[in-house]
Structure formats: C-alpha cells, structure tokens
Write a protein that binds this ligand. Sequence first.
Ligand code: ADP
Ligand code: MG
Length: 629
Amino acid sequence: MAKEKIKSETKEFQAEVKKLLDIVIHSLYTERDIFVRELISNAADALEKFRHQRLLEEEVFDSHVPLEITIDVDDTSHTLTITDTGIGMTRAEMEMNLGTIAHSGSDTFLADLAEAAKKDISLIGQFGVGFYSAFMAAQKVRVLSRSYAPDAEGHEWSSDGGGSYTLTEEKGLRRGTRIIVELKDDAHEFANEEKIKGIIKQYSNFVPFPIKVKGETVNTVQALWARNKNEIKEEEYTEFYKFIGNAFDEPLQRLHFTADAPLAINALLFVPRENIERLGFGRMKSGVNLYCQKVLIEQHSENILPEWLRFLKGVVDSEDLPLNISRQALQDSALVAKLKKVLTRRFLKFLGEQAREDAEKYNDFFADFGIYLKEGVTSDYAYRDEIAKLLRFESSNSEAGKLISLEDYIERMVEGQKEIYYINGPSRTAAESGPYVEAFRKRNIEIIYTLEPIDDFVMNHIGEFDGKKLVSADRGDLDLSAIKSTGDAEEKETESALEPEVVKSLTGWIKDALGDRVKEVIVSKRLVESPAIVVNPDSYMTSTMERVMQAARLEKGESFQEAGTKNLEINTGHSLIKQLSLLRGTDESFAKNIIEQIFDNALIQAGLMVDPRKMVERSYKILERATKG
Ligand code: ADP
Ligand code: MG
C-alpha cells in the first residue's frame, strides 16, 4: 500500500500577529491566569455556535456527542489540555483564526495594547488578546480540530509562538477542538488540578456548559438572567458581570428586568465601571449577547441595541424569537427591531429613574458615559427627546464640576426669557470669561456651558427642548431685549454712545478696512465691558464647528485659512471704539492697525485661530507707538 501523503505545511504568521505574540510573550507576565479563561471562553463560544448551528443544518458531524468542555492536566509532562465538542475549525478556518488578527486598525490596536500591557493588565481581557494569550504560559501550543461539517477533515495546528505555525492533516478526530498547552518551565503550576479548578471558579463559573476536570463538573451551569431576581445575591451579579464583560472590576450600574408584553424579554444589563473608549482603546464592539431560551443566538449583538449603547454588557433573552433564526435574518427581522426599541426605551427609563433617585451617582455615570448619550442624540432621531432629558451640563449657576439638566435650567428661567442659552468653550474658564456672556450676566440669565466640541452638534440636533429653543450665545441675531437688565449697566451702555451718523460712517469704514475678513460690521446690543466680539450670522455654523474645521484643515497640513463668515459687533459705548473713531481722522493707517488688532482679539476670544505672525508684528507696531509717550 502506498504511503499516504501527509499534508503538512509551515506558514508565517501575519505581521500583526508576530507583534502581538511579542507583546504577549515579553510584556505580560502578571495575571497569567487569564489565558485559561480565554481558552475556556473560546471553547464555550465554539459550543454555543454549534448549538445554534445544529438548529440550522440538516446534518452535523458527531451529533450525539454531548456539549461540554473537558480539562486535563498532566503534572509530569507539564501539559494543560482543553477539549470542547463545539463547532470546530476547518483547515482554512484555522489559518484564518489562528494566523491573523481580524481587527480593523490593528496597528493602533497593537500600540494601545503595548501601552496597556505596561500599565494595567486588567484591561487586557477587554482587548481580546484571546487565543494568543496561551503563549504567556506555553512553550508550544497544539490545536487539534475537526469541524462540525460532515465532509470536513481534521487538522493539527502547532506553534512555539515564534514567527510561524505548522498545519498537518490529522485523521480520526472527533468533532470540536482540543488545545494542548505545553507549559514553559516557569508555568508548571497550570498543570495543577487545584490551580485550574480555582481559575475556573473565578473566571469561568458561568460558562453555560459543563466544564469537567477529572470527570467532575466544576462550574455552576445556570443562566443567571433566567432566575428570579429576589433569589440572586449581589455577589452573583458581580461575578456574572465579570464573566460576561471580561472585567475585573464591579459594574457601575445594573438593570435586570423581565417583560411579557409586547415581547417576552429577560434582560440583564450592566454599565461597566470604566469607559474604555475614553481611555483611548478605540471603538468598542457591542457587549450584549442575544439568547433565545438560553441558547446563544448572537454574541456581541449589533442588532438588539443601538450603536450608541455599545458600552453596555450583558444578556438579552427573548423566547419570542425563532430559535433557528440566522444571523442574516436577525438584521431585518421586525421582531428584533421591536426588541431593540423596547430595550432602548427601558434602559433610558432606567437612567431617568437613576437620575431622580441618586443624582450624584447619575452624574458620575454621566461624566464617563454621557458621551454615548450625546452620540445618541446626534445619530438616533427616535430617542432624541428622551435622551435630551438625560443630558447634564455645567452652567453659570452651578459650581465648576456640578451638573444641571435642561429641566433644571427651565425651572430657573427669568421673567421674559423664552429660550435656552448655551456657550461652547474649550474650558469653563474660557466660556465664563469670554465677551459672549456679558449680556447674560447683566440680565441674570443662566447660561449653559458646553465644554466638549460635540456639544454644539448635540444642541443643534436637539433644537428645542420642552418648547424652548436652544440658542448659542455667539449667535448674531441674539435678542435679549425682552428680558430686563439690572439698571446701571444699561445706563452705562447707552449713556455716552456715539452719534448715529458717526456710528454709521465708522461701521462702513471698518468693513472697508477689514475687507473679506469680515461679513458685516454691526453695533452691539449686548456688550458691556468688551470693545468688540465676533458673532455668527449663520445660526448653524457656530464658532465651535468653525474651530473643529480649522483644526481639521491644519491637521491635513492645509494652510491657515480665515473663514470670512463672521460678523463683527462693536461696542460703541466703549472708549477704545470711541477713540478709534477719532483716530480715523488723524492717522487713518494707524487706525487700520488698531481695528485689525481688535478683530484678531475678538477672533481669539471666540476660540478661532488667527495668523500669529501678522498679529504679533502688528501688535509690536502698536506697542511701539504706545510707549513713545
Ligand atoms: P475571539 O474569541 O475574540 O474571536 P480569539 O483569539 O480568542 O478571539 O480566537 C480567535 C478565533 O479562533 C475565534 O474567533 C474562533 O473562530 C477561533 N477559535 C478559537 N478557539 C476555538 C475553539 N476552541 N473552537 C473553535 N474555534 C476556535
Ligand atoms: Mg476568544
């Protein structure tokens, strides 16, 4: 008989995998336990996939084999073996899954990971280093796998974590995957039965399949979310959260609810302690898994919650879904769309309750996760008004760091006030000290400080709250005349203003002097202390957006470019403006310098960039003249 040719080949890892392995092997020494958790969770994933696939296929391989995970340790050969009877992998799948990283933006991912490895190992789990974490403890890893597909062949994948891996055909395997970890000299502890049992209890207790060590099931095989709320202990919730969220901390908030109408739902949702996107780790994938009668339908489901709730972790189980629904069908199922709506509304309601019951705690949540709600406002029309109620801001009536809601604001509106005012600035101090708030201060009108660039878009999207328009304080057409001001400031403003004809000629002259840099020059009705400000004639394009666009232009390496879309408002009661009006007659070219400088200053106060070289040169000229005496 001719010797059967063994199909074996050695392949290089994808470059990103090499880098990842390098980090895993050289930077991650502590908390090595997590590699066991990763391999067990892969086994569980494979079992869940099989359980679901079985419902979709007519024929599967080894259909009678029970769904479970078996762990063997060998203290003499120093190996740890994890076997599952799950979906298995074909040769092509092994090459794909165990030879590449299917991460978009792998480069940034790797850079972030290297950073995190130095700082905080507990974040590693959330990165999904996954399978490759085995090399923290392994000198060699062998993966024997046979797919559920009836006509598939079994294969062995093996690697020492260097630059390559070897794939060999392997006959006679059962369905599923066996991972043999040949332990490094300093990792022999992972071949100790008690050690492994301890890790399973700590990290993998809620895996919904039996995990057997020496024939004995070590974990609690039970769906926590399906149990009665009153019977679940706090620690069980926390433990479950850690399991489902790959987390090491405790959740910030928890919502466990059941509903019968309009859909049967059993959901257990957690808000994590940390917003890891904020820590710079790129966009998270959804953390909620969809089940039907305790069978996993979709992990990290993108379909059951809107994208802006991707920070949630947990489980949603609905027995109204057809068990054999395919991934594809999930996307356009009306039932799933309904489920999504119910869940979203319920979660927003929950946040509303939290905010009422414990405002401080809610504000803490908002400080970290408010950015997602803002994303919701700008991307999801359907929930805009509900989310708007949940937004919190700093304001001129609140101390720094203290937050208010739009409802709070409305309660405190002064007589005659019909609109909600806000001003965007890079910091509270900047917003507070800018010229825009003068007119508001004068009238005791509260003004909301929006301190993040996205806030402008958020306010624009909300548009109106409780029938009141949201208006940016740098709007050109701002009219506060219906609101009474505190007496003396008003007098000061009108007392010694310039004559109307003089004003008319002055504004015309300024427009000529500034040319294209300015759209219109008008007399301010709001300024008290400052000589001038720039305002937005266009109610949509606020200074913040302009700022964002300017920054984008500079980032792209495009040269500085002035918009010319702003109006300049001048305070004709201000002595500088009055003197300027006189200077025009005696030294026009110097007066031009002055007005250009005033305009640049106003742009700077609006947070907009000006050409610094021109500005500095000019200001030296002015200073020189001022020091002449
Ligand atoms: P993740 O689990 O986040 O997808 P991993 O690195 O842990 O990333 O695993 C990579 C892929 O390898 C998995 O998505 C899966 O397709 C495959 N895989 C790993 N372990 C198994 C297993 N025990 N059975 C079947 N497939 C597996
Ligand atoms: Mg994994």
